[in-house]
Design a protein. Structure first.
Length: 622
């Protein structure tokens, strides 16, 4: 990632903050990706004679406008966070014990060293409260009850803090106490060169960000932990921890705006794209115009607000919303999209994908223009049912994720970069999901997406990739060789609908063999429908090998379907359909187009699931 951009954003953030106190620069929002989250507050009443007592447990609304007063800053998994304020998950046992055993003594000693007598007395009274077993257990029980009373979503984003209420009516949160203000300031500056009981600091060398020679350089100043150095085995090249500054030197002039830039991005420009967290980092195409950068950041922040509204209102395709909004902008900037994973303990970031310098016009093509073209296909009209309501199937990246879940980011990179994608990989992913859904439908009573929907989504995804020229398809002209004079109105198969459908889908039917396999799927569906009317079941389905079909398998299936129809006195049924199947399978038995097994299987399942569209009246049907 281009750290210089982040530093520029940090400098913008510093000016935007105005008269903010220095310690506040190091306060972190516990849940920056949430518009609102729950803060459980233990309120202590402070009296001059009686010390402190627990007044009540309150619930407050935390957000980017209120987080400063809570004074939160991430600490270590062993020693606890930097102040009393912390995140909550499941139980309060560990959090309260860390406060009682490790943190409170340090807080008191720090207050005494700084000469904050009143605050030292309050914190000492809090320690006495925590040391009392009855008081401690009561606090823990009340906090746990408050947490258990939250709904499932709120439990995933909950913060714990304390507040002191004084006899004069004043209130002080963690961030209001000078003890914690100084602790935050000290933590935010000292850990740039001192961590793990090691000091890493260089002198009179070049900064890796501004590229200028500076008198002092820090080894632990990067707010993005691309690598960890807390254990010798994790240190690149097994160098000594004190030499970390040589690997990633950052000067004092860049360190603070670097951190503020990270905070601004995480609080204002972080999103989730189908479950994958990412940062959206802007870059002006014409360089460092500070005013223009500020206007751009404000505009992007507005777009994120619109996205949040879309999510709150549960608008369809809300995951794509920020991309669609960016697509409306002009190409005076580009965006770096950094998809990442964060280690829950070390907070080290592992970059999963970095898309660099993507301009709005590329977003426009991917999220607006091409979807608009492919969504117009009549196949998708009222094709799916949502809450008993028929709805159109429209493209979004969730369609692709449904097939490429494990390799989703790899696919996203190729789509954004315009790199070709292997046909075999695409069709193997399609069939992997289709076979899985089919197997689930045979064994599970829970809802499983109908195969017809899955095949439609595969058709939609394929057309999207083809329109972006990421998947090559051949030029093939379908020639109908069947003589119409031989057909009857009651043949049971609508030949004209079939030929029209093939002509309307030239990018789907790009070879003769695919037309034949698709027709075979229709024929087999008609055969199984007849079998079901005769037997009340479809044992013929077992011959389909779970939709893992080679060309030889398909030729065998054709013969067996023909034999089954003969058993039902339908040896001459569907002549037009058989004319579409037999020559195209027999003449292509050696597979001159090298169509893969997965591709053949998809076309067979497509015919099987869409067969009803080509149904005609038949004298042989009941």
């Amino acid at each position: 990632m281009q750290d210089k951009i982040v530093v520029d954003i940090g400098r913008y953030a510093m000016k935007r903050k105005g008269d903010i106190q220095p310690f506040q620069l190091f306060v972190q929002n516990t849940f920056p990706d949430k518009d609102n989250y729950v803060v459980i507050v233990a309120i202590f009443k402070v009296s001059e004679n009686d010390g402190i007592e627990l007044s009540k447990i309150d619930i407050e609304n935390g957000n980017k406008n209120t987080f400063l007063k809570y004074g939160y800053r991430k600490g270590s998994s062993r020693g606890g966070d930097i102040t009393i304020t912390t995140k909550v998950s499941e139980t309060f046992d560990k959090k309260l014990n860390t406060l009682k055993i490790n943190q409170i003594t340090f807080f008191i000693a720090f207050a005494q060293k700084r000469g904050y007598k009143d605050e030292s007395a309050i914190l000492s009274a809090l320690k006495q409260f925590l040391d009392d077993e009855v008081s401690f257990n009561s606090l823990q029980k009340q906090l746990q009850q408050a947490y258990e009373g939250l709904n499932k979503d709120d439990k995933k984003a909950t913060t714990f803090t304390i507040r002191f209420d004084f006899e004069d009516g004043s209130e002080k949160y963690v961030g209001d106490l000078k003890t914690f203000q100084d602790i935050l300031l000290t933590s935010g500056t000292e850990d740039k060169s001192e961590k793990y009981n090691v000091k890493s600091q260089g002198y009179n060398n070049r900064c890796s960000i501004c590229l200028e020679e500076k008198p002092v350089l820090y080894g632990f100043a990067s707010p993005f932990k691309y690598f960890t150095v807390d254990k010798p085995g994790m240190v690149s090249g097994f160098f000594k921890q004190e030499n970390t500054w040589k690997n990633y030197p950052i000067c004092s002039d860049c360190s603070l705006p670097f951190e503020l830039g990270r905070d601004y991005i995480s609080q204002n420009l972080q999103g989730y794209f189908y479950g994958r967290p990412f940062y959206m980092i802007p870059k002006l195409l014409l360089g460092g115009d500070e005013k223009l950068l500020g206007n751009l950041l404000k505009r992007l922040n507005d777009l994120y607000q619109e996205m949040s509204v879309a999510k709150a209102q549960k608008i369809e395709r809300s995951e794509d919303k920020i991309m669609e909004l960016v697509a409306q902008e002009e190409d005076f900037f580009s965006l770096n999209l950094m998809f990442f994973e964060e280690d829950s303990k070390t907070k080290a970031i592992k970059i999963k994908l970095l898309l660099e310098e993507v301009v709005p016009s590329r977003f426009r093509k991917l999220f607006v223009e091409v979807p608009k073209i492919i969504n117009q296909h009549p196949l998708y009209d009222k094709a799916i049912t949502v809450k008993k309501e028929k709805k159109d199937l429209n493209f979004n990246f969730g369609i692709l994720k449904g097939f490429f879940d494990d390799d989703f980011l790899s696919l996203v990179q190729k789509v954004f970069d315009g790199k070709p994608i292997s046909r075999e990989v695409v069709f193997s992913k399609f069939m992997e999901v289709i076979r899985a859904n089919y197997n689930k439908s045979q064994t599970s009573d829970d809802f499983v997406e109908p195969l017809a929907w899955t095949v439609l989504k595969a058709h939609l995804a394929l057309r999207y990739l083809q329109h972006l020229n990421l998947i090559h398809y051949q030029n093939y002209t379908y020639m109908d060789t069947f003589e119409q004079t031989k057909t009857k109105n009651n043949s049971g198969f609508n030949h004209s609908k079939f030929t029209d459908f093939v002509h309307q889908n030239p990018d789907f039917f790009d070879s003769e063999i695919k037309v034949g396999v698709f027709g075979l799927g229709i024929l087999v569906k008609y055969t199984m429908s007849k079998q079901y009317r005769e037997l009340g079941s479809t044992p013929f389905e077992k011959k389909l090998k779970g939709f893992d079909l080679s060309l030889n398998d398909l030729c065998r299936v054709y013969v067996e379907a023909k034999e089954k129809l003969t058993q039902y006195d339908m040896s001459n049924a569907y002549p037009e359909l058989r004319e579409q199947v037999l020559p195209k399978l027999i003449l292509n038995k050696h597979n001159p187009d090298n169509v893969s097994k997965n591709e053949l299987s998809l076309y067979f399942v497509a015919g099987l699931e869409w067969a009803g569209q080509f149904k005609g009246q038949s004298e042989n049907e009941d």
